[in-house]
Design a binder for this molecule. Structure first.
Ligand SMILES: *Cc1c(COP(=O)(O)O)cnc(C)c1O
Length: 374
């Protein structure tokens, strides 16, 4: 028989941040007392307001999850035809296009930021192109100025998938102020979570109002429906949890920053391991810690992934496979590997190491020792 201590504790790539359970009870008591469970109740309204303040944005609409928010953002701006997007993301980015009957057009990424390469966008524009859907991958800001220049010339909308970018800022303020809309995810694995949840950041009250109608079946009032909207509403329980989370978010991001710094220091001289540049002047959220496993590392990326797994450490190959390699996308002309050489190379090299506020220094050291000692 093995003693429990003989088996090292399993470490996942992330672990949701959970405040003390007793702190959540008063919120539940309030919901039980007022019996408002959904449809823009008091916690929902309060969370929209507090998120606007925290993020430094003017208008936000809460959603049941980020995917419904993406689907609705496209519907809100009446996007049709073709949309330029990145293959290097979570599959929901492109799925939101298919759910709207839009054809995704994949454009390659920049090798330093993992974001859509603006110099390759123009060549992908056709008379059917109506919008660009970039992702702030790992929370690193896209080249928003270059993307907006192209959008202005060709009269295209820009919707940012900002699922990784909660709290990220550039020199001028929140990264979420760029483009026509930005979409957040509050899934359990994200920096800020409401168990499941998401949001759209709008530039003006009129756009927010349209989005709020669309997430409630298209209802404008009791007897008027203006569009085939969906049910995308966030519940009061999720909103209440978000309010509690928000009290801890700065400490949680600080803890992530320390873990990020420790990895950088410990891995900087390991031959064949490359870290992404840190946030630099910008305010990052340390949502992920991707490393690139280069050919001069003694193991392949997949062998390192397996080796960590044998030791109970579940790193993740985000984003492998590329979205463009999934069956519903690979037939598209833009999905060809020859069109996406950088994304294809990155997908074969990347490994995201565990990073989350409760990751203990001794556990992080186990990860570091295994990466160093291969
Ligand atoms: C998590 C994520 C989504 C989907 O968000 P859900 O809240 O899980 O629906 C979309 N895009 C990206 C880039 C994501 O990481």
């Amino acid at each position: 028989m093995t003693t429990p201590s003989a088996t090292p504790q399993v470490i996942y790539v992330t672990q949701p941040h959970l405040p003390p359970l007793e702190d959540f009870i008063p919120y539940l008591q309030q919901i039980w007392a007022n019996k408002i469970l959904t449809n823009g109740g008091p916690f929902h309204q309060q969370l929209e307001k507090e998120l606007c303040d925290y993020l430094g944005v003017k208008h936000i609409s809460l959603f049941a999850n980020g995917t419904l928010a993406l689907v609705t953002a496209l519907q809100a701006l009446r996007i049709t035809g073709e949309v330029i997007t990145t293959p290097y993301s979570f599959v929901a980015t492109a799925h939101a296009l298919l759910w709207n009957g839009i054809k995704p057009v994949f454009v390659d990424i920049d090798p330093d930021t993992f974001n859509l390469d603006p110099t390759k966008i123009e060549a992908a524009i056709t008379p059917h192109t109506t919008a660009i859907l970039p992702v702030h991958c790992y929370g690193h800001p896209c080249d928003v100025a270059a993307i907006q220049r192209i959008a202005d010339i060709y009269n295209l909308k820009v919707i940012y998938d900002a699922a990784h970018a909660f709290g990220v800022q550039d020199a001028g303020g929140s990264i979420l102020r760029h483009g026509d809309l930005s979409v957040l995810s509050f899934h359990a694995t994200k920096v800020f979570n409401t168990f499941e949840g998401g949001a759209i950041v709008s530039p003006d009250a009129k756009t927010k109002q349209r989005i709020d109608h669309l997430k409630n079946f298209g209802f404008v009032d009791e007897v008027t429906v203006v569009a085939p909207g969906i049910n995308g509403k966030m519940s009061e329980i999720n909103a209440a949890f978000g309010l509690l989370q928000l009290k801890h978010i700065d400490a949680a991001i600080d803890a992530r920053r320390r873990i990020d710094a420790r990895y950088r220091e410990a891995l900087q001289h390991v031959p064949g391991i490359r870290c992404l540049p840190d946030a630099g002047e910008k305010v990052g959220n340390y949502a992920y810690f991707p490393i690139l496993v280069e050919p001069d590392y003694p193991l392949s990326r997949d062998a390192l992934y397996e080796r960590l797994k044998e030791h109970g450490i579940y790193a993740r190959r985000y984003f492998y496979p590329l979205i463009s390699d999934f069956p519903m996308y690979r037939g598209l002309p833009s999905a060809a590997r020859s069109n996406l050489p950088v994304a294809a190379a990155m997908a074969d090299k990347v490994l995201c190491l565990p990073i989350y506020p409760a990751l203990q220094p001794s556990d992080q050291q186990r990860v570091i020792d295994l990466v160093r000692g291969a």
